[in-house]
Design a protein around this ligand. Structure first.
Ligand code: ATP
Length: 297
């Protein structure tokens, strides 16, 4: 497993209020997975992503990333983790970009901090790798443009190359298509799939973009700081997507929806499902019949 979350709780305290952003989140992400996390505003998605990125600490629970217990690392190990194990892409990428350096220089800069990577000590090697990455995100033709001369969508593609500079095992993206137009969004969506396939990097994307969430292997829905349901790409499509461009596929009905059973045996029944079943009030009858659990009013 790349990520194992066990009962993650996050409470933010301010002078006046306490907010419980994560309420015992359990979640696993397999190595090499391409997945998305969706949910209403305020459901805890960014909190989860920032925690996996080592940027904030949980109030309780355990988080293993690539076998490391993240919050038992020393400060030095944590800095090392942030530099070498994870790459981050934000909606507004000004956090990782230098506006007055060229695109290629922007990609080379983080490589200078890459741990024990002999190859990256040489300037020529760094340049070669930076160019490869810019090619991968379709930006090599603008390698010498200063960052501030590029459009928002182009900057976002360079930001993805930067996030990959240190060959992270895990790429985290928070609303990567939130600030770009639809055409660029589609391009970025396909790019994630290519990066996942070609580099084998595990990718976790927090998004509101419905079209993006349809193109990943699995979508996890967070509600009130916990996972409520998941949609998983149907096996047949997974196979086909290995060989085809996603844009050639009909994206409706590619995924199946599942409710998620937590460790205590709880599932969440959404309002819509309860209404469809004509269930009102808070008492339901539960029976097991021929291997099925039947919940009725
Ligand atoms: N630094 C903070 N201090 C206090 N409360 C916070 C802080 N960061 C987040 N919160 C609260 O925690 C809850 C979860 O926030 P979070 O940003 O994780 O949600 P989100 O699902 O990413 O939302 P959005 O989709 O709007 O970005 C919200 O109620 C938010 O107000």
């Amino acid at each position: 497993m790349m990520i194992v979350c066990d009962g993650l709780v996050k409470i933010y305290k301010t002078n006046t209020v306490e907010v419980m952003a994560l309420q015992g989140l359990d979640m696993n992400v397999a190595k090499g997975e391409l997945m998305a996390v969706v949910g209403n505003s305020g459901s805890g998605k960014s909190t989860f992503l920032n925690m996996v990125g080592g940027l904030i600490k949980p109030s309780a629970g355990q988080l293993l990333v690539d076998g490391k217990d993240l919050f038992r690392l020393s400060e030095k190990q944590l800095v090392d983790y942030k530099r070498n194990t994870v790459g981050f892409v934000w909606q507004k990428n000004s956090r990782n970009l230098f506006p007055y350096l060229s695109a290629i220089r922007n990609v080379e800069v983080p490589m200078q901090f890459c741990k024990d990577n002999e190859a990256m000590r040489s300037e020529a090697k760094r340049r070669e790798r930076a160019l490869e990455l810019l090619e991968l995100v379709g930006m090599s033709h603008r390698k010498d443009s200063l960052l501030h001369q590029l459009s928002g969508g182009e900057q976002q593609r360079v930001a993805i190359a930067i996030a990959l500079a240190n060959r992270p095992k895990l790429l985290l993206a928070d609303e990567p298509t939130g600030a770009v137009d639809q055409k660029t969004s589609l391009m970025i969506q396909d790019m994630f799939r290519v990066l996942n396939r070609e580099l084998g990097v595990t990718i976790v994307i927090v998004t509101h973009d419905v079209s993006l969430s349809k193109k990943v292997d699995r979508v996890v829905m967070i509600r009130d700081g916990k996972i409520s349901s998941e949609r998983v790409m149907k096996q047949g499509y997974l196979e086909r997507m290995k060989h085809l461009d996603v844009s050639e596929l009909e994206t409706e009905n590619m995924q199946e929806e599942f409710a998620v059973l937590d460790r205590a045996g709880r599932v969440q029944l959404t309002k819509g499902i309860l209404e469809q079943a004509g269930i009102e009030g808070n008492r339901v009858r539960i029976e097991v019949q021929e291997g099925k659990i039947i919940i009725s009013a």
